[in-house]
Design a protein around this ligand. Structure first.
Ligand code: NDP
Length: 322
C-alpha cells in the first residue's frame, strides 16, 4: 500500500480506503465488519469512511463496535463522519443541514456512535443554501480548535461553493477545508477533471473519492441482469436501480461498460480491478474509497493495485475514447 498526502495537509492516507454506505447495518453486521477491517488493516488501509446519514446513524454504530473489538491503536488509523442529512429518519429542522447547531451536535453524536474521542475527517455531506457559508466555516473551525475534528472538508460541493469556503476562511484566519469527497470513476469524470481543475491548482485540495465502481456497475456484473442480493436489488434502493440500469442514462452507461470489459480482458485482468486502478492514475485523488458487501469483494478490490502498471497511455486513451 502506498500513502498519499491529503491535499497539502501533512496527513498521509492509504491510496485505498474503505467506506460503509449501503453495506454496514444492511449487508454487513459488526462481526463481518470486524473481519473486513482485519483485511483492510492487513493490507495497510488506514482510513474508514462513514456519515451520520448512513442507515440513520446505525452504520457508525456497526463501525464503532467493529473497530473497538479489533482494538488497534487509535493513532494508527483515521475515521470520518459527514454532516448534513441527519441521523433521524424524521428530522426536525434543527437536525439537518449545516447550521452551527447541527454541525456541532452531529459531531458529538458521531463520536459517540463511533466510540471515538475525535473524528479525523469531518465532511459537509452536501452544500446547504440555507446556512451562510461563514457560519459553517466558523463551526468547523471551532470543532478543530476544540480537538473534536482534525481535518474538515466538503462533499459534492460546486467549485464555486468550495472557493467561497476557502476564501472566507483565509479572510478570517480560520481553518480552511482540506479535502472534498466527490464521485469519480470511469463513467463520472466531468466534475472532477474539469470543474475542479482550477481549485486543485489554487488550493491543493485533497480528495477522498467515492463509488469507484459506480455502485458495482463497473464490475460488469449487471450486464446479464440484476444479480440477487446485489445493490440494485435491495429494498429501499429502487431509485439507484433506476439510475444505474432502468433509465436511458443507465442503459447508455451499461453500453460503455460493455466496451470497457474487453480492454480489461486483453490486459489479463477484469474490469473491477481496472476501474479501481484507473482512479489512482489521477494525482488529484488522495484516496479511493472502496465499497464491498463481502470480504471476497474487498480482497479482489485491493488487488487492483497490481493493475496500475498495466494502464499505459495507450490503454488510457482507449478507455477515454469510450
Ligand atoms: P463502489 O462504487 O465501489 O460500489 C461498491 C459496491 O459494489 C459494493 O458494496 C458491492 O455491492 C459491489 N462490489 C464491490 N466490489 C465488488 C466486486 N469485487 N465484485 C462484485 N461486486 C462488487 O463504491 P460505493 O458506492 O460503495 O462507495 C464507496 C464509499 O464511498 C461508500 O462506502 C461511502 O463511504 C462513500 N460514498 C460517499 C458518498 C458521498 O456523497 N460523499 C456517496 C456514495 C459513497 P453489492 O455486492 O451489494 O452488489
Amino acid at each position: 500500500m502506498k500513502y498519499r498526502r491529503l491535499g497539502k495537509s501533512g496527513l498521509k492516507v492509504s491510496e485505498l480506503s474503505f467506506g460503509s454506505w449501503v453495506t454496514f447495518n444492511k449487508q454487513v453486521d459488526s462481526k463481518l465488519a470486524e473481519k473486513m477491517f482485519g483485511i483492510c488493516f492487513d493490507a495497510g488501509i488506514n482510513f474508514f469512511d462513514n456519515a451520520e446519514g448512513y442507515e440513520a446513524g446505525e452504520s457508525e454504530v456497526v463501525m464503532g463496535n467493529a473497530l473497538k473489538s479489533l482494538n488497534r491503536p487509535r493513532d494508527s488509523y483515521c475515521v470520518s463522519s459527514k454532516v448534513f442529512f441527519g441521523s433521524n429518519k424524521n428530522p426536525t429542522p434543527t437536525q439537518i443541514g449545516l447550521s452551527r447547531k447541527h454541525v456541532t451536535e452531529a459531531c458529538h453524536q458521531a463520536m459517540k456512535r463511533l466510540q471515538v474521542d475525535y473524528l479525523d475527517l469531518y465532511f459537509c455531506h452536501r452544500a446547504d443554501p440555507e446556512t451562510p457559508i461563514g457560519e459553517t466555516v466558523w463551526a468547523m473551525h471551532n470543532l478543530v480548535t476544540q480537538g473534536k475534528i482534525l481535518y474538515w472538508g466538503t462533499s459534492e460541493w460546486t467549485a464555486d461553493e468550495i472557493s467561497e469556503a476557502y476564501e472566507f476562511a483565509f479572510e478570517n484566519n480560520l481553518t480552511p477545508p482540506t479535502m472534498e469527497q466527490p464521485q469519480y470513476n470511469l463513467l463520472d469524470r466531468k466534475r472532477f477533471e474539469i470543474e475542479y481543475a482550477p481549485i486543485f491548482e489554487k488550493y491543493e485540495m485533497g480528495t477522498t473519492i467515492w463509488s469507484p465502481l459506480a455502485s458495482g456497475a463497473l464490475t460488469g456484473k449487471y450486464q446479464e441482469g440484476i444479480p440477487e442480493g446485489s445493490r440494485a436489488s435491495l429494498k429501499g434502493y429502487e431509485w439507484l436501480k433506476k439510475h444505474m440500469i432502468d433509465s436511458d442514462r443507465g442503459k447508455a452507461r451499461m453500453e460503455k461498460v460493455n466496451k470497457f470489459m474487453p480492454i480489461a480482458e486483453e490486459l489479463g485482468t477484469n474490469l473491477t480491478k481496472l476501474a479501481i486502478a484507473w482512479c489512482l492514475l489521477n494525482d488529484n485523488v488522495s484516496t479511493v474509497i472502496l465499497g464491498a458487501s463481502k470480504p471476497e469483494q474487498l480482497k479482489e478490490n485491493i488487488e487492483s493495485l497490481e493493475v496500475i502498471p498495466l494502464l499505459t497511455e495507450e490503454v488510457q486513451k482507449k478507455l477515454s475514447s469510450i
